[in-house]
Design a protein around this ligand. Structure first.
Ligand code: AMP
Length: 121
């Protein structure tokens, strides 16, 4: 799948639409999800044109891979949820229900999150 430069997170990265930013460095931007599913629901996106985790892990240079992953950990720490715990999730591809075609890692926290998936096989 080729990268669509007009996806909503690309526009956020270019500053064309606003976000509630919580963290930014050379590799990543983090902001609050517009439709939070938990008391803490933050998205972390890499600074680069990557559709998904599949695309990112295949194509991104090592420095960006490492910087992005480190940013996810830093954001969770700065949100103050490291001790109470958090869940990270990155929907990838059609079966995952990925809606925005720019890699994003969700950070959910702030309450007991229950089992990983709704049980339905
Ligand atoms: P996914 O289903 O994993 O692709 O998740 C996309 C997420 O992006 C959803 O949780 C949306 O609520 C969130 N989202 C969509 N547009 C925006 C926006 N402009 N700012 C913040 N979050 C957004």
């Amino acid at each position: 799948m080729s990268y669509d430069p007009n996806n909503v997170f690309a526009k956020i990265l270019r500053g064309e639409i606003p976000c509630k930013r919580v963290y930014e460095d050379d590799f990543a931007l983090a902001f609050h999800d517009i439709n939070p599913r938990a008391p803490v629901h933050v998205l972390v996106i890499p600074k680069g044109a990557y559709v998904s985790m599949a695309d990112f892990t295949a194509q991104a240079p090592g420095e960006l891979l490492a910087g992005f992953l480190r940013a996810v950990g830093t954001v969770a720490r700065q949100l103050g949820v490291e001790e109470s715990g958090y869940r990270i999730l990155a929907n990838t591809g059609p079966n995952s229900h990925q809606e925005v075609p720019h890699l994003h890692v969700h950070i959910f926290a702030g309450r007991p999150l229950g089992p990983m998936l709704v049980e339905r096989h």
